[in-house]
Write a protein that binds this ligand. Structure first.
Ligand SMILES: Cc1ncc(COP(=O)(O)O)c(C=O)c1O
Length: 386
């Protein structure tokens, strides 16, 4: 498969010196900060673990690549048995296709001529399945299919309770039939994302959202089948709801994304343990005051994602220290007594609240094993939000 690592990056834009000879220690000055570290043993175990969960549940695994945006990780997921990838933007789809991924689900309604035009090569190569929750969006796909004299596979997006996008299960049959009648489109099934599972306050709450996800998808499937549409794909399941879904519910594939790296959100949703969080931000203390250390990772690197339990994040190995404030290039830490020894120049590792948005801001991240940097990893589709 091709890789964008063939094209060298401007060395001033990446944290690791071009001349660095790996492996190096995390304190080595060849590695500047802030920089994202990925523990490769944890990454590998997470990828294998979710592949096993899907296998045992009798469902196909189609990881969402927006969480890593990286060919390196995509290759590992496909090698572990993923049937293809899910992406959120045309730009991510283009990147993964150019890399050689042959089965891509673009799980986002594509609206606008320029985006539709960019899909042409992917439609031509028959690698992409599109998603819609409206006749208007489907008409755009149908126009493209007719212009290209192709049939485009389509999934109808169902709202199973998040109320972000999607048709209700009750309307699925009627909307599906109208879309299926449009020339050039082949309605293959249905898709949902139950992101509201993150709002649950306990594990039972998450299980209940997953049960509802499965039930409503079953209702939507029956609606389509009543219209004579064969439903071969029922796509659901995120990192936190996948463990509660299986083929017995009629689910055919799951699309977890965050599980590759995990974060404090998946930890608080019982989807991982602390030792399954693979990614941290290496940052440097740039100022000290009584009870305070300020690091060079602010909202432009760790983002403003925030949780009641963990604020803007936590330091690896320092559970008592928390962020008291965040500005663009400064993260201000309120130090637990045991962390008072931190000095200017010391390095700390920040645990992510929401890893997907961290990754979108990085050109390159660094694979570590046994506490040493062993590999550069390109974030090939960073900022491909168009
Ligand atoms: C449509 C869709 N599918 C799958 C996912 C993967 O969810 P997670 O990263 O929680 O596993 C997302 C994430 O937002 C999504 O929007």
């Amino acid at each position: 498969m091709g890789t964008s690592t063939d094209v060298p990056l401007d060395p001033s834009l990446v944290a690791l010196a071009a001349t660095a000879s790996l492996p190096i220690d995390l304190n080595d000055e060849a590695l500047d900060t802030p920089a994202i570290l990925v523990d490769l043993d944890i990454l590998d175990a997470n990828i294998e673990g979710m592949a096993g969960v899907a296998r045992r549940a009798g469902v196909a695994l189609r990881p969402h690549a927006k969480s890593h945006k990286s060919f390196y990780v995509a290759d590992k997921q496909l090698a572990a048995g993923a049937v293809g990838l899910c992406v959120a933007t045309v730009g991510e789809a283009e990147a993964m296709w150019q890399h050689g991924v042959g089965d891509i689900l673009l799980a986002y309604s594509v609206v606008g001529e320029r985006k539709l035009e960019r899909l042409r090569p992917l439609v031509d190569a028959e690698v992409v399945t599109l998603v819609t929750d409206s006749i208007e969006v489907a008409e755009g796909y149908s126009r493209l299919a007719r212009l290209m004299n192709r049939r485009i596979p389509v999934l109808l997006e169902i709202d199973t309770g998040m109320h972000r996008v999607g048709v209700s299960p009750e309307d699925a049959g009627a909307v599906g039939a109208t879309i299926a009648a449009l020339p050039g489109l082949e309605v293959r099934g249905i898709l949902t994302h139950a992101g509201h599972a993150h709002d649950a306050t306990d594990q039972l709450g998450i299980a209940l959202v997953a049960r509802q996800e499965a039930r409503e998808m079953q209702a939507a499937r029956e609606g389509l089948e009543a219209q004579g549409i064969e439903v071969s794909v029922v796509s659901a399941g995120s990192t936190i709801t996948t463990p509660y879904l299986s083929a017995a519910d009629g689910i055919t594939e799951v699309r977890p994304g965050t599980y590759v790296y995990n974060d404090l959100r998946t930890l608080s949703c019982f989807a991982c343990t602390p030792d399954q969080i693979a990614a941290t931000m290496l940052a440097t203390v740039v100022s000290r005051g009584p009870g305070r250390a300020t690091i060079n990772a602010g909202s432009k690197s760790i983002t403003t994602s925030r949780m009641t339990d963990y604020g803007f994040g936590r330091l690896l190995g320092s559970p008592g220290t928390s962020f008291s404030r965040l500005s663009e290039e400064h993260g201000v830490l309120s130090l637990a007594p045991e962390d008072e020894e931190l000095r200017v120049g010391d390095r700390v590792r920040v645990l992510p609240i929401h890893i997907c948005v961290w990754m979108d801001l990085q050109r390159e991240i660094y694979g570590i094993r046994e506490g040493r940097v062993v590999e550069r990893i390109r974030v090939d589709a960073m900022r491909r939000s168009l």
